[in-house]
Write a protein that binds this ligand. Structure first.
Ligand SMILES: [Mg+2]
Length: 287
């Protein structure tokens, strides 16, 4: 039976990669599968005063302990030779729009999820996409060829699982991971509760109040108990812990952003309400 495979494509160190990719002095030595060929560069608010915050750092910069949201002064203590550049937000947004267009060329069913992330979906098996790994690689290759930005792609039977497998893709050498539907629970359940994407403080509650250590522990909690504690979120947590997610790809997510839960009552029908509110959960989780 033909089903949809969902993917999440995420740019590596997006702002920093935009800077590195657009600077002549680094272009010749950069290699796609070797991020140590990038310079130790950070994008930071106010380089002159050292008081700015690190907005993005290349993996090379991160090897010296530098991380996002760190103060520039602290980062420079860790690595005095850091290359510091001011943010060029308009440029990053232009690159972002163009990358999302490339995603849509490869996968017409596509949703921008953040400035450097996009969901996509495609039917499988299908003649157009006979090999999901090859389809993902095609997208990754196009992004590298056109923008010299590395991307990581996670795929699975739904959006949430794609987000989870994307986290694994970041640690895989080729940067692409596909979790098949039949193996999702076995892969998901040994993982720690705090790795459940989108739960924020609810993960802590699951640990302290429900004594859940792994995602499998969460899946074993009766739905009624989750609903009693978390309300509407109880159902979402139950689904996610079982590798299920009902949110749909919304190609217009950026032209009609979800405003929040209070708006769902104004939606015209139940079906749309369900998928939209669940999309809204996905979105509010990163807000
Ligand atoms: Mg990213």
């Amino acid at each position: 039976m033909t089903k949809l495979i969902y993917g999440l494509c995420d740019m590596q160190s997006f702002y920093a990669s935009c800077e590195v990719a657009s600077r002549e002095e680094y272009a010749a030595r950069r290699k796609e599968f070797d991020d140590s060929t990038d310079p130790a560069l950070v994008v930071s608010g106010d380089p002159a005063r050292r008081s700015g915050i690190i907005l993005a750092a290349t993996p090379t910069a991160k090897t010296s302990g530098v991380s996002n949201a760190m103060r520039l002064g602290e980062a420079l203590q860790l690595n005095p030779r850091l290359i510091v550049v001011r943010p060029h937000m308009e440029f990053y947004l232009q690159v972002s729009v163009r990358i999302q267009e490339v995603m849509k060329q490869v996968f017409p069913l596509q949703e921008q999820f953040s400035v450097d992330e996009g969901f996509f979906a495609f039917p499988h098996p299908s003649k157009l996409f006979p090999d999901p790994m090859a389809a993902a690689r095609k997208l990754q290759q196009k992004i590298w060829d056109q923008f010299r930005i590395r991307s990581r792609i996670g795929m699975g039977p739904n959006k949430w699982v794609a987000k989870m497998s994307n986290a694994k893709a970041k640690k895989s050498p080729e940067g692409i991971v596909w979790w098949r539907e039949e193996e999702v629970q076995a892969l998901l359940h040994p993982m720690p509760v705090e790795s459940m994407w989108g739960l924020k403080k609810r993960a802590e509650t699951l640990k302290t109040e429900f004594k859940a250590v792994t995602i499998g522990d969460v899946a074993a909690i009766p739905l009624g108990r989750l609903k009693a504690r978390f309300g509407v979120w109880g159902e979402v947590i139950h689904r996610w812990a079982n590798g299920v997610d009902i949110s749909k790809i919304n190609p217009h997510s950026y032209s009609t952003p979800h405003k929040g839960f209070s708006h769902r009552t104004t939606l015209p029908n139940e079906r749309r309400l369900l998928s939209s509110s669940s999309n809204c959960l996905m979105r509010s989780a990163i807000a």
